[in-house]
Design a protein around this ligand. Structure first.
Ligand code: 5RP
Length: 223
C-alpha cells in the first residue's frame, strides 16, 4: 500500500463522532480526508471539519463532510495534517503546499495535533527542505534583501508559468534554503521579528503524535 495512504487511513481512525476536526492540506492529508468521507457515508460518523485550504475544502465538500468556518467553532478537538520534515522532538517544517498560514492557525487552536508522514520525512536536523516564509507583498523585496544579508539563501516561490506565487491570503512565499537548522526555536524567534513576515513554516511544540509509514507497517510516535 502507498505509505501516505496507510498513515492517512490509520489517522482517520482517531476521529470519533461528535468531534470538530481540523483537516490538513496535501497528498497525505487527502487520504485521511477520503477515509473520513468513507466513514461519514458508510458508518454514520458525525463530525464537523475545519479546513486549512480551498483544495481541502473542495475535497471535503465532494465527500459530503460537514464543514464550519474556523471562527464559528468554540474549539477544535483534533487536527490531522501532513508535514515536510520532522525532527525527533516533533518540531517540523510545513508549507510545501503553500498552506502553512492556515495550517498553523488551525493547529494552534486545536486541542491535539497529529502529523501523518511517510518515513522519508523524519530527519536528524531540519533544513534540507526549504523553509517557507509567508510575507506581505508590500516591501517584500526589501525583506528578501534582509534575508540575503542574514545568509538565509532566499528564493521567491513562483508558479509553473514563472509568476510570483500568491497564497490564499494574497501573500508571497520566500523559501529559505538553509540546508541545516541548528536551533529551530531561535530561528523561529528571529523570523518573527522581521517586519513583513506573516508566518513561517517552522512548527514547534504544536504536535503530540506522529504516525509514520514504513514499508513494513505504520508506527505511532508520541511525545
Ligand atoms: C502544505 C503542507 C503539507 O502538509 C506538506 O507539504 C506535506 O505534503 P504531502 O502530504 O503532499 O507530502 O505543509 O502546506
Amino acid at each position: 500500500m502507498d505509505l501516505k495512504k496507510m498513515v492517512g487511513t490509520l489517522a482517520a481512525s482517531h476521529v470519533k463522532s461528535g468531534m470538530v476536526v481540523g483537516l490538513g492540506t496535501g497528498t497525505t492529508a487527502n487520504y485521511m480526508i477520503e477515509e473520513l468521507g468513507r466513514r461519514v457515508q458508510e458508518e454514520g460518523l458525525e463530525i464537523v471539519g475545519v479546513t486549512t485550504s480551498t483544495q481541502t475544502q473542495k475535497l471535503a465538500e465532494a465527500l459530503e463532510i460537514s464543514l464550519i468556518p474556523i471562527d464559528e467553532v468554540t474549539h477544535i478537538d483534533l487536527t490531522i495534517d501532513g508535514a515536510d520534515e520532522i525532527a525527533a522532538d516533533f518540531s517540523g517544517i510545513k508549507g510545501g503546499g503553500a498552506a502553512l498560514l492556515f495550517e498553523k492557525i488551525v493547529a494552534a487552536y486545536s486541542s491535539e495535533v497529529i502529523w501523518i508522514v511517510d518515513h522519508t520525512k523524519l530527519v536528524q536536523k531540519l533544513g534540507k527542505f526549504p523553509l517557507p516564509v509567508e510575507v506581505i507583498p508590500f516591501g517584500s523585496k526589501q525583506l528578501f534583501n534582509k534575508f540575503l544579508e542574514n545568509e538565509y539563501n532566499p528564493t521567491f516561490r513562483t508558479t509553473n508559468d514563472g509568476k510570483l506565487l500568491k497564497t490564499e491570503s494574497g501573500n508571497y512565499i520566500i523559501d529559505l534554503h538553509l540546508d541545516r537548522i541548528e536551533n529551530p526555536k531561535e530561528l523561529a524567534d528571529n523570523l518573527d521579528k522581521f517586519v513583513g513576515v506573516v508566518e513561517h513554516g517552522l512548527f514547534i511544540n504544536l504536535v503530540s503524535r506522529v504516525i509514520v509509514g514504513y514499508p513494513d507497517g505504520p508506527k505511532t510516535l508520541e511525545v
